[in-house]
Design a protein around this ligand. Structure first.
Ligand code: NAI
Length: 392
């Protein structure tokens, strides 16, 4: 089992930028990173407000002198210490990812960065180049990709269990922003501001998750796409609160992605349906322990996490923490990803490329593809929903 034993090596000394008190996703990072003993929180620039950062960090058990007013001071001061940080996670609003990640890499740190990693593909490729130059790991927090049944689906598709893939349906369409909630919600407000959110809202905020998981499962490359996007709450323009994307894949398959914050009444509706020539697979993040398998002409089946019929050599099995029947969820998915970040970062520290190559994790290439999706969708949608090439 991938997670069963704490690694004999020391935990990586780890810090966070962002993810302070009241943030949406800070706790998920701390929970995921520390669960299996790969990371130990030593420092933080958790908040845009220095006093709040210190108060929050000391409440978490950090010494006050390692709760920093800003990330640059943290990287500089930590580099002077014998026990300085080795890795950092960036959980700040989107506009800040690029400068913070660049400064972290230049300071010799491994990086875990939130999505979308940057505003442009050029910037994301820049981060890849600098990470390679410094021999640092760059992980991207596609937090749903650690669910075991995603990896069962991936293994089944790669083995040809459903035949050639024909149709890929991706959606992440919640209803939480059906009204203009950003008036009273700072976490929603920055998402509707292009200067902070970037060129998209729902496509980048949630569409990138479904897109990455479909890529992970099918390993298919997009050839071209056509996007239409709307701002149903008018004040959100030019950013979209709803978008539909049609895609053509290199093997002849076609797909759609629906990203929405105005799907009234819906909690998440993050679903991926992969239709092959013999059978279809469907996964839903509100029932993550199950994978639906529908073989043409046979009764539909539901595959359950933790069962002996799952493919043995996939992350579906080696990420298992407790047997079938017990529900695993979001935090386990994050821990599964963070454990892999820990494994590859430690491998990089000891120059063990073989372990890095053998370990799946959402890397900077996954981050680049997410940003490329957004660039191409904007190009298409803002030019009359024309079909555009996915690659240059
Ligand atoms: P939020 O607005 O709830 O929290 C942002 C936090 O960052 C706050 O504590 C704020 O004080 C701090 N901050 C802002 N600028 C900072 C700076 N320059 N230095 C240090 N701290 C700073 O934002 P939320 O919702 O937690 O999102 C953060 C990032 O995580 C975004 O990029 C978002 O797209 C991503 N996200 C990813 C999710 C996932 O499933 N992987 C889920 C939710 C958000």
């Amino acid at each position: 089992m991938f997670n069963e034993e704490m690694r004999s090596e020391q935990p990586l000394r780890w810090a966070m930028v962002g993810g302070g008190r009241g943030s949406q996703i800070g706790y998920a990072h701390r929970s995921g990173a520390t669960r299996d003993g790969h990371f130990q929180l030593m420092a933080g620039a958790f908040d845009i407000d220095a006093d709040r950062c210190r108060d929050f960090g000391t409440n978490l058990g950090l010494s006050a002198d390692r709760c920093y007013a800003d990330y640059l001071t943290m990287f500089t001061e930590e580099a002077k210490r014998d026990d300085g940080i080795q890795a950092v996670s960036i959980a700040t609003p989107n506009a800040t990812h690029y400068p913070i990640a660049m400064a972290a890499l230049e300071s010799g740190l491994h990086v875990v960065c939130e999505k979308p990693v940057t505003f442009t593909v050029v910037e994301a490729e820049d981060l890849k180049r600098i990470a390679q130059k410094h021999n640092r790991i760059f992980g991207v927090m596609y937090g749903y990709a650690g669910f075991q049944m995603i990896h069962q689906a991936r293994e089944m598709i790669q083995r040809g269990d459903i035949g050639e893939v024909r149709v890929i349906n991706m959606q992440f369409a919640h209803g939480f922003h059906a009204q203009e909630v950003e008036k009273n919600d700072p976490g929603a407000k920055w998402r509707m501001n292009p200067a902070v959110s970037g060129p998209t809202y729902v496509l980048g905020d949630i569409g990138t998750h479904a897109f990455y998981m479909a890529q992970l499962m099918t390993n298919l490359d997009v050839e071209s796409l056509c996007c239409t996007r709307q701002s149903f709450v008018k004040s959100r323009a030019p950013l979209e609160d709803n978008a539909h994307v049609m895609m053509q894949f290199s093997n002849g398959a076609v797909g759609t992605l629906w990203a929405s914050g105005v799907n009234a009444g819906s909690m998440h509706q993050q679903k991926i349906r992969i239709v092959g020539e013999k059978a279809s697979l469907e996964w839903w993040d509100e029932r993550p322990n199950q994978l639906s398998l529908e073989i043409q002409g046979e009764p539909a089946r539901v595959l359950e996490r933790g069962m002996s019929y799952l493919h043995k050599d996939s992350s579906a099995v080696d990420s298992d923490r407790i047997g079938g029947g017990h529900a695993e969820g979001f935090f386990e998915s994050w821990s599964n990803i963070y454990s892999r970040f820990g494994v590859v970062m430690k491998a990089a520290n000891r120059g063990d490329q073989a372990t890095i190559d053998a370990t799946w994790y959402p890397d900077i290439d996954a981050g680049i593809e997410g940003v490329r999706l957004l660039e191409r969708c904007v190009d298409s949608a803002d030019n009359g929903a024309k079909w555009v090439k996915y690659h240059d």
